[in-house]
Design a binder for this molecule. Structure first.
Ligand code: SAM
Length: 311
């Protein structure tokens, strides 16, 4: 079947698929054209198409709107953006902080599984510690009503790229929201939501948003794609989470159980067989709830440990 794809700019951008059966399907981005625009477009098109029709048979023209789904939005905002290449100074900085510059990402399919499991709500906050270019958070922000997404990343190049993607997303929301699928539109135009990327060491985070979330009764999810983190960095994180749990239980006892940690690398345990975590505060407040098997860019079925605050 002969198929010509043609981009047309008459009142609105349009894609024309011309098939051998002489039917032209115009898929407008978002809005339906009004009667006048539709008539104009059909007239202009007939003129163009006649040139290509050897026997000058009239062509049937159909016009339908098509909306951008979340995958199309993600593809658009991350076009040309990758976290896999960083310059030498970035690499050195990350290594010095106990991280590992080796890059990899959680796949969109794995993010879908997290969405199904946790049903992120408009009360919740999601942190990504070592967020790279921020794809996990962007996907969650576009596809769920989650209130706050905070990414923290030490590599300046990756944060710059995350900011670039965020800027493109803001542009779409401001200037092209009519082309978005209804659910995506609803998520992205809702008030009081935040998607933020910080150039910071993950051991120096200010947990203000986490406390705000717990105090409101929302849940805090902390994603750590820590496969390559040093044991020292993992120990520092254990210390930080133990303290975070102790403080939130002390200040908001009515909302205990609302902090959930998802870490690829497990926290270290004592060797004496009782399986207690090495960090006392972490052991006192967190429970290994569950293990998930999720696909990453470097391997499928990677174990992700889910810790939740003990009641
Ligand atoms: C494997 S990538 C994870 C990307 C993303 N979180 C995901 O799941 O798709 C880990 C990231 O952690 C960053 N990183 C390592 N140590 C860090 C630290 N101490 N503070 C902030 N970021 C760090 C690295 O630069 C890298 O971009």
């Amino acid at each position: 079947m002969k198929k010509i794809i043609y981009t047309c700019l008459i009142s609105t951008s349009a894609l024309i698929n011309l098939y051998a059966e002489q039917t032209v399907r115009i898929i407008t981005e978002g809005k339906l054209l009004d009667t006048h625009q539709e008539k104009e477009l059909k007239r202009e098109l007939s003129k163009i198409l006649e040139k290509y029709s050897p026997d000058k048979t009239p062509v049937h023209i159909e016009i339908t709107p098509s909306y951008k789904n979340s995958t199309a939005v993600l593809d658009e905002i991350y076009q040309g953006i990758s976290g896999f290449n960083v310059d030498a100074s970035d690499t050195q900085k990350v290594t010095q902080a106990g991280g590992n510059p080796t890059y990899g990402e959680v796949t969109p399919g794995a993010v879908n599984k997290l969405k199904d499991e946790f049903k992120f709500s408009s009360q919740d906050t999601l942190y990504d510690l070592g967020c790279g270019v921020g794809k996990l958070l962007s996907q969650a922000f576009i596809e769920t009503p989650i209130k706050t997404c905070i990414g923290v990343e030490l590599s300046a190049g990756r944060v710059k790229n995350a900011h670039g993607a965020k800027k493109r997303l803001d542009h779409i929301v401001k200037h092209k929201s009519h082309v978005l699928e209804p659910e995506v539109h609803q998520n992205l135009t809702a008030k009081n939501r935040k998607l933020e990327f910080r150039h910071e060491d993950i051991t120096k985070i200010n947990w203000r948003e986490a406390f705000d979330t717990v105090s409101r009764g929302g849940r805090v999810f902390i994603w750590i794609c820590s496969t390559c983190f040093s044991q020292e960095l993992q120990n520092n994180l254990a210390q930080i989470f133990g303290q975070l749990a102790a403080d939130s239980k002390r200040d908001f006892p009515e909302h205990v159980g609302n902090i959930i940690i998802l870490t690829l690398k497990d926290f270290p345990r004592h060797d004496n067989g009782d399986k207690k975590l090495q960090n006392e505060l972490l052991d006192k407040h967190f429970l290994l709830d569950k293990k998930h098997n999720l696909d990453m860019t470097w391997s499928s079925n990677v174990t992700v440990h889910q810790y939740s605050l003990k009641k």
